[in-house]
Design a binder for this molecule. Sequence first.
Ligand code: NDP
Ligand code: 2IT
Length: 455
Amino acid sequence: MYGGKKVAISNEYLKGVYAQAEKRNPNEKEFLQAVSEVLESFEGVVAKRPDIVKSGIIDRIVEPERMITFRVSWVDDNGNVRVNRGYRVQFNSAIGPYKGGLRLHPSVNASIMKFLGFEQTFKNSLTGLPMGGAKGGSDFDPKGKSDGEVMRFCQSFMTELSKYIGPFTDVPAGDIGVGGREIGFMYGQYKRLRGTVDGVLTGKGLSYGGSLARTEATGYGLCYFTEEMLNDKGLSFKDKTVVISGSGNVAIYAVEKATQLGGKVVALSDSNGYIYDPNGINLPVVKQLKEVERKRISEYVKLVPGSIYTEGCRGIWTIKCDIALPCATQNELDGEAAEILIKNGVRAVAEGANMPSTPEAIELFLKNKVLFGPAKAANAGGVATSGLEMCQNSMRLSWTFEDVDAKLKEIMKNIYNNASAAAKEYGMEDNLVAGANIAGFMKVADAMMACGVAY
Ligand code: NDP
Ligand code: 2IT
């Protein structure tokens, strides 16, 4: 049982793969949740492609190539020595160097790292760019820390991580708790230790090798994907009411693009609670509060008349909307929330966060014909633009915002079309969960078969 839903795998071979994963990763519920969702999509693959089964590709793809854990010691502003645990999961390098973000949040553990690294493998393949899957981070909590403390943590973290990364081996980026400030501190330390200016991180500042539109990319890409999914059914963002959870990097730029596309975003949240603004979110206020002042979302109501703040982040899904974009964290939208959204007439749900919907919620959306864009496909715009940043660094060139944005849009459109086509080909029309899993998997499987049983 995961998130109120029984694991539904009927093929004996796939059942065996899942049983092995359970045995190897006991109590890692997020990782097993991600694995079960993918294996549930593979019944058709196993039937059609005995060569994939024979090569043990599915047995191999659920096991990370490498999992690195390390101690991160640093000194706080009061002179106390603090200790955190750092991780890098190098999940799969079949189609390119390991690529994926770094998360700094107290909830970080091996299970969360592995679920993110596993999903990243499929997501990166879907972008069409040559990037393998990885994830990393630490249980360090950046909240309430001074810039100096964050810098000392990041330098210590990178001192160890630098041994395992490089532009042709592993290219980290941001995720929860890691934005421009943290990437800058980490990049500075990497450069100092290695003595090379090789662009090893993405999400860099524009003055030292970053790409225009990377900051906006995940939120924008999410909306391009959602618009494509809506257009396919004769719908669009225009005049739709939109609810977006979270108020970090992904949420902020999802608000911006959804509004540009004609939608009205009426709610945002953080881990403490949510705001409702019937007049449409005032984005400059949110950017100032969150990006500049690093304050709580509750402060919004002091600045914007007519808006309301409610304690508790889960209540956000009770707001009536046409489109819901969960952009905070894993398992933030459960079966109960899905039922309320459906009862309130939601037409589309697309995941900006990684694995924000529980298996029960996804099952309800699919059963009730709600258009559903799974994270691996819908939020791939961030890493895709990281791939474009790598490309610009290699070329020693910088593209314009318009160039990068146009490429991002094209990539999101292709991801939608490929996921949709794969779902149809495997007899699960309109099931983009299965479509994205299969389309992402095929390229990785082909590369693994071509390269022999090396990993
Ligand atoms: P940020 O750190 O910028 O923002 C995270 C937001 O989510 C904050 O509003 C935060 O609230 C909220 N949040 C975090 N943890 C929890 C929790 N346990 N419960 C409730 N709310 C929570 O991160 P991003 O915007 O970059 O990431 C958001 C999601 O998008 C994550 O799932 C990430 O993996 C995914 N993602 C990010 C990409 C990127 O390029 N940045 C790319 C693809 C996916 P609070 O401040 O209270 O913690
Ligand atoms: O989950 C994700 O795709 C990210 N956090 C972005 C990773 C990246 O390498 O840009």
